[in-house]
Design a protein around this ligand. Structure first.
Ligand code: CAA
Length: 257
């Protein structure tokens, strides 16, 4: 049986994961989310992996939760759904996560993409939460993360009509950071990830955490968290190295210490 999740690298500190269920447009069934969780465990404990890129195929990043699998679950099945743990695993991942989207990015696919730190999309990408067409609603963060990313009016329109938006619209709305030709999407995401992987990993981790946590805090609490994180970095060798390298006009060699 072909692997449903391909893993490459790390190369230059970056690991690439490719969702690979082309026959179902990368629909996120339990097996695929479980494989993703396992790969995140590996990436998190591997010191050589400093950033992760997740992508799909040119036709689909992911067309949502697997509808066939979902149809077999009643309310008890939904309460016991093992996929909830896998979603939580992705939320706990501590390294930078870059998402490279081509084609359909719908439902759970969009919910996965929105868990990324930086989203890059091909011109052919379509983002949507079409669950309403199935008589259900987003259940893996769609109503919460989308509103934070694009604001209430557009989020409401997408969630209540089920209509997808183009890559161009997603860029204007702030859901993604860049658009490129579909064949260049992975390359561009890898380049961004490689740049991040060349920085001090402790600084990256704390800066990322500060941005992410701050989004869920009031400003005063966010500023306090930022100051604590900034202060902790004063104890690192990487800080010494970064400041020394600047003063000696050389490139820093960060060790993650
Ligand atoms: N689950 C399971 N299989 C899916 C799927 C999904 N989410 N999306 C597509 N597929 C399958 C299709 O059934 C089809 O399989 P067969 O060839 O065996 O019939 C194959 O992928 C190709 O799809 P289409 O023939 O439909 O391709 P298309 O180009 O005509 O249409 C599409 C593409 C518009 C994305 C359409 O497939 C579609 O609407 N898919 C469903 C999208 C959706 O509703 N996603 C939300 C799921 S619910 C969810 O995600 C809940 C959550 O938040 C947790």
């Amino acid at each position: 049986m072909p692997q449903i999740l391909l893993s490459e690298g790390p190369n230059n500190g970056v690991r690439l994961l490719t969702l690979n269920r082309p026959e179902a447009l990368n629909a996120l069934n339990t097996a695929l989310l479980e494989a993703l969780s396992e790969q995140l465990d590996i990436a998190e404990t591997d010191p050589e992996t400093r950033a992760l890129v997740i992508t799909g195929s040119e036709r689909a990043f992911a067309a949502g939760a697997d509808i066939n699998e979902m149809a077999s679950r009643d309310v008890v099945g939904m309460l016991e759904d093992p996929r909830v743990q896998h979603w939580a695993r992705i939320d706990r991942f501590v390294k930078p996560l870059i998402i490279a989207v081509n084609g359909f990015c719908l439902g759970g696919g969009c919910e996965l993409a929105m868990r990324g730190d930086i989203l890059i999309a091909g011109t052919n990408a379509q983002f949507g939460q079409p669950e309403i067409n199935l008589g259900i609603m987003p259940g893996a963060g769609g109503t919460q993360r989308l509103v934070r990313a694009v604001g209430q009016s557009l989020a409401m329109q997408m969630v209540l009509t089920g209509e997808a938006i183009s890559a161009q619209r997603a860029l204007a709305a702030g859901l993604i950071t860049e658009i490129c030709q579909p064949e260049l999407t992975i390359e561009r995401a890898m380049a961004i990830a490689t740049t991040i992987a060349s920085k001090g990993p402790l600084a990256v981790q704390l800066a990322r955490e500060s941005v992410r946590r701050g989004a869920d805090m009031d400003l005063a609490a966010g500023l306090r968290f930022e100051r604590h994180a900034f202060t902790i970095l004063a104890a690192t060798e990487d800080r010494r190295e970064g400041l020394n390298a600047f003063r000696n006009k050389r490139k820093p060699q960060f060790s993650g210490r």
